[in-house]
Design a protein around this ligand. Structure first.
Ligand SMILES: *Cc1c(COP(=O)(O)O)cnc(C)c1O
Length: 388
């Protein structure tokens, strides 16, 4: 017998650990929160960009187990990856350009979006050539000024959709839009966008369209503004246990559990003499004799360079400061450590370690970017894969 397998292999140099029980918990909790004080809207877990860095196939399975009615992704390729992994539920994608072949997505029963009359025509043609009926969600711009038909172009999009519905090449399954300021519940733009959306839906209904789902809310809208929940909420960041509106409510207050932990093992520890400059540019100089440790990941692994000399980690159970610049593959933290000791960059925050939200604040960004960019050379593993 090979006894080598009896020896536990050392933890990898760096790893991303995704807790799928946290995903399931968050989906259940969020479905409960968005059902308070009204009819329960359908719940879409938004899994674009590899589920915000958490692993799209694993997160999809967990989200479905916890009751996600829909999954949403950006691109048709992302949708097809979920189909290839065996997901058969309602699934929507919303980022594709004219000329992209939507045939495979339509054939795989993926709902697609259309922002322009030309897109509606192209989807209808593609469906006709497949002998299928596409399911389309028409996007109206209600004030974000990103995607979607402007109120001026909306009638043309509707007219095109009515024609295509009549000839059987597509069904308008949804009408949707996106909020620009949902994380600031008192921002007047929310009222304005909601009104434009209601008008756009009314215009579609006047032409005889009967969309199955009207949807406007992202995580912040779904949690902070009940009136924008409509028939379906599209929940991304909160699914991963992170608050969409850190100035308003913490993830803990929402009862959510951050699912991602990033950790590494120390490459070496050493003692620096007073006056030693650390890392490129010597932006940090030891004010006195200082113990430091070398963390073997850097911006090549998604660690933001903006964290230089500002972020903290948890080293052997205690907070330690990042000293000097983050490099491509390494950075230095203050504190005594030996080779192979554990360092936690961020996690759920329940054991004294920083959170992705802390890193976002240190780096002047949002938690979305922190978790989504952790896609370098770390091992990634999933725990609690089967529902308890
Ligand atoms: C990313 C995205 C969402 C999810 O946003 P969160 O703030 O992460 O909840 C919802 N809808 C659309 C169209 C998106 O692109």
């Amino acid at each position: 017998m090979n006894t080598a397998t009896d020896t536990p292999s050392p933890a990898p140099r760096a790893e991303i650990v995704v807790n799928l029980e946290a995903i399931r918990h968050n989906v259940r909790r969020l479905r409960e929160l968005v059902s308070q004080g009204g009819d329960a809207p359908a719940f879409m877990a938004v899994l674009k960009a590899d589920a915000y860095g958490h692993g799209v196939v694993q997160v999809a399975r967990a989200a479905r187990e916890a009751g996600a009615d829909w999954l949403g992704v950006a691109t048709p390729e992302e949708a097809l990856e979920l189909r290839a992994a065996g997901d058969t539920g309602r699934l929507m994608c919303w980022v594709h350009v004219l000329g992209d072949d939507l045939g495979p997505a339509i054939a795989a029963d993926v709902d697609v979006s259309a922002h322009t009359a030309a897109q509606v025509r192209a989807i209808a043609e593609s469906a006709r050539s497949l002998g299928r009926r596409a399911r389309v969600h028409l996007k109206v711009d209600t004030g974000m000024s990103r995607g979607g038909a402007s109120p001026a172009d909306w009638p043309a999009v509707l007219t095109e959709a009515v024609l295509a519905e009549r000839d059987g090449s597509l069904t308008v399954a949804g009408i949707f839009s996106h909020l620009a300021c949902a994380d600031q519940p008192d921002h007047p733009t929310n009222d304005a966008q909601e009104q434009v959306f209601r008008d756009a839906v009314a215009a579609a209904e006047e032409l005889g369209l009967r969309p199955e789902v009207r949807h406007l809310a992202n995580s912040a809208g779904a949690l902070l503004r009940p009136s924008v929940r409509f028939d379906l909420v599209r929940v991304g960041i909160a699914t991963y246990g992170l608050t969409p509106a850190p100035d308003v409510v913490s993830s803990e207050e929402l009862g959510l559990v951050p699912a991602m932990t990033v950790r590494a093992r120390i490459l070496m520890g050493r003692r620096l003499a007073k006056g030693a400059g650390v890392s490129y540019g010597h932006t940090w100089v030891a004010p006195e004799e200082t113990d430091v440790a070398l963390v073997p990941i850097g911006y090549g692994d998604g660690i933001p360079r903006h964290a230089s000399s500002t972020a903290q980690v948890q080293l052997n159970g205690r907070r330690a400061d990042v000293l000097g610049r983050i490099c491509m593959d390494q950075f230095v933290v203050g504190g005594a450590a030996g080779e192979g000791d554990e360092v936690v960059l961020f996690g759920p925050g329940t054991d004294g370690e920083p959170t992705a939200q802390d890193w976002a604040e240190w780096c002047d960004t949002i938690s979305y970017e922190i978790v989504t960019r952790m896609r370098g050379r770390q091992h990634r593993r999933w725990v609690n894969e089967t529902a308890r």
